[in-house]
Design a protein around this ligand. Structure first.
Ligand SMILES: [Zn+2]
Length: 147
């Protein structure tokens, strides 16, 4: 699947997130062969946990399911640029790549860029590719957040 195809699946997952009463932030994870391994989304209100972002939920689920602490070779597709909590989580989980849609610097509670955080990761390098379907992702986020 192409980056754009995976991002479209993430956009669908963000719609599902809002249908479930959560924030419009979704993640699609592909395995080293490029197949979708998991989809998830924001569950902050569901879990009453401010850190229950889609990426963190996916890391917890996949590491437990695969009985591993390393998601090396995996790619996380996120509709919005990951927050610092999620970027750090992905680095700790040794995720190889993050592909995101819309930047979040204007609305984030802690606006640090994913690329900047990734640049500090020497032990577990992570590639960051932004602006994939950025217009669609930004339009969806603004619509679902009522902005
Ligand atoms: Zn996050």
């Amino acid at each position: 699947m192409t980056n754009e195809e995976c991002m479209k699946v993430a956009l669908e997952e963000a719609e599902q997130s809002v249908r479930e009463g959560q924030a419009p932030f979704a993640v699609v994870v592909t395995d080293p062969e490029g197949n979708i391994a998991w989809k998830d989304h924001d569950r902050v209100k569901e879990f009453m946990d401010p850190t229950a972002h889609g990426e963190i939920n996916a890391i917890r689920y996949l590491c437990k399911k695969l009985n591993t602490l390393s998601l090396k070779g995996y790619t996380f597709y996120t509709t919005s640029e990951p927050c610092p909590t999620c970027m750090t989580g992905m680095i700790k989980a040794q995720v190889s790549k993050n592909v995101y849609g819309a930047k979040t610097e204007s609305t984030a509670s802690l606006p640090l860029s994913a690329t900047m955080i990734a640049s500090y990761s020497k032990k577990y390098p992570i590639q960051v590719i932004g602006d994939v379907l950025a217009d669609e992702c930004l339009a969806q986020r603004n619509r679902l957040l009522g902005l």
